[in-house]
Design a protein around this ligand. Structure first.
Ligand code: NAD
Length: 523
């Protein structure tokens, strides 16, 4: 049986998959995916995948062997030779089919995510949706890839257009097991590249399902391949000269390493890194909707979103609102992701839970106040899960560990300021620049914030301003390394390179340019 309790063969719409946290008696193995076939690894190194709500083992992820990694790149290299010459219309058709298939398999994908990652089913469906939207946007590739032409001299034309790079790779984090693979799969297909995808070793199931859906959508063998493992797999990707570009999403530490070694090896690298996203609350904001937006964006997905609002910056008397935020946060239901009515599930691992607890403790030691404490939460029916309840820390200042580090858990730190200028200055001093939001009813206040804030994705009365994929994901400062962002126009640029062709066809050399005196017999 596979990681979703499915037979190891083809995925079908009627396959069984897990929709509860019950113990799985004989957990299977997660397959690799090469040349449109599931691959049972011959490795001796396996990484257990746990349901974060119970810590039961649900599958085992292989550390793909060097031979398996090489076979995947061989497949992708061979596929590129023909795939690059397929017409753009046929690649667009794959994208159309892929969109339809993702919709049809939405429940299975979401179930895989809840089982391995821990988020609620509703949130897992959102994870799929935000990736599906990239696949939908990829369908417009026929308009995105048009080039330009100019007659530069008499009978001489230069045209400039974009070609695929070849074999490209995507290295993904644990927190969006479908969305982030889908930042790469559809765009890689429509631009004519072939892909080596390495999902997170903690929750790789959804990526394998997506690769098989790409096959069903018409992707030829070798176009989408999935390999597994941790650092050794990443090193293989970094060093194989046949891989031309790497799309990385994850933590600062891995991202900086991948960016440096990847670019030193002559590859293009785009790397989305960590974040500390601030929400500024101005007292003129609509109180009810602002409080709900902050509670949802701080604690949803147990704070394990790179765009989670993890720092609240009150301006003046909006500091009084914090107790009401705590009241609403207390109402959130913490439980297993499959349990009806759950608002937030567990964090990914016991180590992650411990790190979050350590940071909360450090805040106390550094003089902050724990206004709402989720450290000792007990969740009915889930004594062994990695649960942390919503936590709010007030009296926080830059320099404290809870402010300086990304916590990646359901913890909101609160910094008080007196003026909007002070709030903007605070945020601009932060090393990260993924996102920031302001809540206000004043147009000029929102506009000033938009102009002055040094964050790549700005929300005005929008808590998680991740743009839809007709735009790009535009983190900046310490949240991004590279030149071209993920998806949208920048994503297409990242996956393609310019070619210019200058041709000279003298009109005086045209054959048959002598007057034809015969009666025409056809046209
Ligand atoms: P991670 O860096 O631990 O893992 C990401 C990937 O890198 C995984 O595939 C992992 O196998 C690999 N990796 C980890 N350590 C490595 C090492 N030492 N050498 C080589 N490869 C290594 O990140 P994570 O914990 O899976 O994800 C959470 C992080 O991702 C958070 O910091 C979050 O902010 C960030 N993130 C950022 C964005 C964004 O768009 N900016 C989106 C999602 C997540």
């Amino acid at each position: 049986m596979g990681s979703l309790g499915m037979p190891v063969g083809r995925l079908t719409a009627t396959a069984l998959y897990h929709t509860s946290h019950a113990r799985i008696e004989n957990p299977g193995t997660t397959k690799g995916y090469v040349n449109n076939e599931f691959v049972e690894s011959k490795t001796t190194k396996w990484i257990d995948i746990h349901d974060p709500a119970t810590n039961y083992v649900v599958s085992r992820c292989p550390q793909s062997t060097d031979a398996e990694l090489k076979a995947a790149v061989d497949a992708a290299e061979a596929a590129f030779k023909t795939f690059k010459n397929t017409s753009i219309l046929s690649r667009q058709q794959i994208a159309f089919n892929f969109v339809k298939l993702i919709r049809e398999h939405w429940d299975e994908l979401a179930a895989s995510i809840t089982l391995e990652q821990g988020k609620t089913v509703a949130d897992a469906r959102g994870d799929v949706l935000r990736g599906l939207q990239v696949a939908e946007a990829a369908c417009s590739i026929t308009s995105e890839l048009t080039g330009s032409t100019l007659e530069v001299s008499k009978d001489m034309e230069t045209k400039m257009y974009r070609e695929p790079l070849g074999v490209v790779a995507a290295i993904c984090p644990f927190n969006f097991p479908a969305m982030i693979p889908l930042w790469s799969i559809p765009l890689s297909i429509v631009t004519g590249n072939t892909l080596i995808l390495k999902p997170s070793e903690r929750d790789p199931g959804a990526a394998v399902l997506l690769a098989d859906l790409a096959r069903q959508a018409g992707a030829p063998p070798g176009v989408i391949n999935v390999v597994h493992g941790s650092a050794p797999t990443v090193d293989f990707i970094l060093d194989d000269p046949r891989i031309k570009a790497i799309s990385f999403v994850g933590s600062d530490k891995a991202g900086k390493y991948i960016y440096e070694r990847g670019t030193a090896n002559g590859k293009r690298v785009q790397a989305n890194l960590g974040a500390k996203n601030h929400a500024v609350v101005v007292p003129d904001a609509n109180k009810n909707s602002t409080l709900n937006a902050i509670v949802g964006a701080a604690f949803g997905a147990a704070g394990q979103r790179c765009m989670a609002l993890s720092a609240l910056v009150t301006v003046g008397e909006s500091r009084e609102w914090v107790s009401e935020i705590a009241e609403r946060a207390k109402q959130l239901k913490v439980s297993g992701g499959f349990v009806e009515g759950t608002d937030l599930g567990p964090v990914i691992t016991p180590q992650s839970k411990q790190r979050i607890i350590d940071i909360i403790e450090s805040a106390e030691k550094e003089g902050a106040t724990i206004l709402l404490d989720g450290r000792n939460i007990k969740v009915d029916g889930f004594p062994d899960g990695n649960f942390v309840g919503p936590t709010i820390i007030t009296g926080v200042k830059p320099g404290m560990r809870c402010y300086d580090e990304e916590i990646f858990g359901p913890v909101l730190v609160v910094v008080e300021t007196e003026t909007l200028d002070e709030a903007i200055e605070l945020i601009n001093r932060n090393k990260y620049g993924n996102g920031s939001a302001i809540f206000t009813n004043s147009g000029p206040t929102g506009y000033k914030f938009q102009k002055e804030i040094e964050a790549g994705q700005v929300g005005i009365n929008v808590p998680i301003p991740v743009p839809l994929p007709m735009f790009s994901f535009t983190g900046n400062k310490g949240s991004f390394l590279g030149d071209l962002n993920f998806y949208g126009k920048a994503g297409v640029m990242f996956l393609t390179q310019y070619k210019t062709v200058t041709s000279h066809w003298r009109s005086e050399d045209a054959v048959g340019n002598k007057a034809d005196v015969h009666m025409p017999t056809h046209h």
